[in-house]
Design a protein. Structure first.
Length: 78
């Protein structure tokens, strides 16, 4: 989680965006994230858009893959 937080800081995410980003990585839907954080769905979608724009990633799949990439071992490296 420290590596994730470091990357979020490099991207210049706000604290709210960091919270949303972590919940995206945990697999929650936008609607569920809004419910968990007690915000509107519109606010949560806005945070998601900001995260993707600041990270230069296209969406939730790319965001997850970005952090999973370092955890996965390539079969070519064995």
């Amino acid at each position: 989680s420290m590596a994730i937080d470091e990357e979020f800081n490099k991207w210049g995410l706000t604290e709210s965006e960091k919270e949303v980003g972590l919940l995206i990585l945990k697999g929650f839907s936008t609607k569920k994230i809004a419910e968990i954080l007690g915000t509107s769905d519109k606010t949560t979608r806005h945070h998601c858009s900001s995260i993707y724009r600041k990270s230069e990633l296209s969406g939730r799949t790319e965001l997850s893959a970005y952090f999973l990439e370092d955890l996965l071992v390539s079969p070519l490296n064995h």
